[in-house]
Design a protein around this ligand. Structure first.
Ligand SMILES: *Cc1c(COP(=O)(O)O)cnc(C)c1O
Length: 336
C-alpha cells in the first residue's frame, strides 16, 4: 500500500484533476452501485456531507441514540447545519424499530421540525443488520416520504458477514458513507456514495467544511489498494473475533456479549474489576483495548490468530493472578 501511495499519479482534486482520486471515486461508486462518490478526509465528514445534503436548516433526522452520526460526531449536524437530531434507542440487534420510528416522524405542522431522513448504521456495534430489515426500512422510508442514509463505515464487514455484495446493502439507501481507514486498513479517508445530484451538492459542502484536498491522490491510492486487496480478507478478522469470544467466554469472571451477527468486535464485561485495571494490565503486554464498564475489542488486519491466542492467554493470566491474590487474602483472614 505504501509503495502504490508513493507512486500515485496526482493532480489538483479541488479542480477534479487528480486522476487517482477520480479513479477511487468511480471504483467506490461502481462497487456500491451508486451513480457517484466523493472522497473526504474522514467518515465524520462524509456522514456530515450526507446530512447537509439531505436536510436543510430546521429539518430533522432520526438516528440511534448510540449512533456515530448522533453521539460521536461533535453534534456537527446541529452545529453546522442547524439540523435537529431525533435519537432513539437501538434494538438489541442494532436495528431501529420501525414502529417506534414511525411514532417519531413529525406531522407537517409549524410546531415541529421537518422529519427528512432516517439514519442507520451497519455494522452497528459490530453487528450486521439483517437484509430483510434493510428492505423493510427502505419500504418504510418510501411510504413515509423520507430519505435513508447509511453510516456504512464498516459496510464491508457487514457484507462479508452476510455473504452478500456491498451493493446488496447500499441499494436500500439514497446515500452510504464508507470508511477506508477502519477494517480496510488505509491510513485515512472515507467516501460518500450517492446519486449524481447529491454528490454535486456534497462537493460544495466539502469545500465549505474545509475538506477539499489538493494532491489527495496519494491518499486515494491507499484507498484503491484497500478496496482491491483488503476486502476478501475481512472474514479472517471475523474468525479471529469468534476465536477471541470463545476463548474469553471460558473465563468465568467475564461476560462476553456475542451474537450470531457479530463481525470483528467483541464486547466484554469484567465483574468486580476496576475499569482501568484490566486495560492497563493488557497495555503492559502491548494489547490496547477501549476501557470502561464494557470493554470493546476489535480485530483487524494487523492482528493475527497467534496474537489472538496471546490476548486470551493474557486475560487468563490477569484473572488467575486475581484469584491467587484473593485466595491469599482469604487464607490470611482465616489464619487471623
Ligand atoms: C469510525 C466510524 C465513523 C467515522 O469516523 P472517522 O474517524 O471520522 O473516520 C463513522 N461511523 C462509524 C460507525 C465508525 O465506526
Amino acid at each position: 500500500m505504501r509503495t502504490v501511495m508513493a507512486k500515485a499519479d496526482v493532480g489538483d482534486d479541488v479542480y477534479r484533476e487528480d486522476p487517482t482520486v477520480n479513479r477511487l471515486e468511480s471504483l467506490a461508486a461502481e462497487m456500491l452501485a451508486k451513480e457517484d462518490a466523493i472522497f473526504a478526509p474522514s467518515g465524520t465528514q462524509t456522514n456530515l456531507l450526507a446530512l447537509l445534503t439531505h436536510c436543510e436548516r430546521g429539518d430533522e433526522y432520526i438516528v440511534g441514540q448510540y449512533a456515530h452520526t448522533y453521539r460521536y460526531e461533535g453534534g456537527g449536524a446541529a452545529v453546522l447545519g442547524s439540523i435537529q437530531p431525533q435519537p432513539l434507542d437501538f434494538e438489541e440487534d442494532g436495528t431501529l424499530d420501525l414502529s417506534k420510528v414511525s411514532q417519531l416522524i413529525k406531522p407537517d405542522d409549524i410546531h415541529f421540525a421537518r422529519t427528512r431522513l432516517l439514519c442507520l448504521e451497519n455494522t452497528q456495534a459490530g453487528m450486521a443488520l439483517p437484509l430483510a430489515y434493510l428492505r423493510a426500512a427502505a419500504a418504510f422510508c418510501r411510504d413515509h416520504q423520507i430519505k435513508a442514509h447509511l453510516d456504512g463505515a464498516r459496510i464491508f464487514n457487514a457484507a462479508a458477514k452476510g455473504n452478500v455484495s456491498v451493493a446488496d446493502i447500499a441499494c436500500h439507501f439514497e446515500s452510504v458513507s464508507v470508511c477506508l481507514s477502519k477494517g480496510l486498513g488505509a491510513p485515512a479517508g472515507s467516501l460518500l456514495c450517492a446519486g449524481k445530484d447529491q454528490i454535486r451538492r456534497a462537493r460544495r459542502w466539502r469545500k465549505v467544511l474545509g475538506g477539499g484536498m489538493r494532491q489527495a491522490g496519494i491518499l486515494a491510492a491507499g484507498g484503491i489498494y484497500a478496496l482491491e486487496n483488503n476486502v476478501d480478507r475481512l472474514a479472517e478478522d471475523h474468525a479471529n473475533a469468534a476465536l477471541l469470544a470463545a476463548g474469553l467466554g471460558r473465563i468465568e469472571e467475564l461476560t462476553v456479549h456475542s451474537t450470531g451477527t457479530q463481525t470483528n468486535m467483541v464486547f466484554i464485561q469484567a465483574g468486580n474489576v476496576g475499569e482501568e485495571e484490566l486495560p492497563s494490565f493488557l497495555a503492559q503486554r502491548a494489547i490496547m483495548v477501549l476501557g470502561g464498564k464494557t470493554i470493546r475489542l476489535v480485530t483487524h488486519m494487523d492482528v493475527s490468530e497467534p496474537d489472538i491466542r496471546l490476548v486470551i492467554a493474557s486475560f487468563e493470566e490477569f484473572f488467575s493472578g486475581k484469584r491467587a491474590s484473593q485466595t491469599d487474602t482469604a487464607d490470611s483472614q482465616a489464619r487471623g
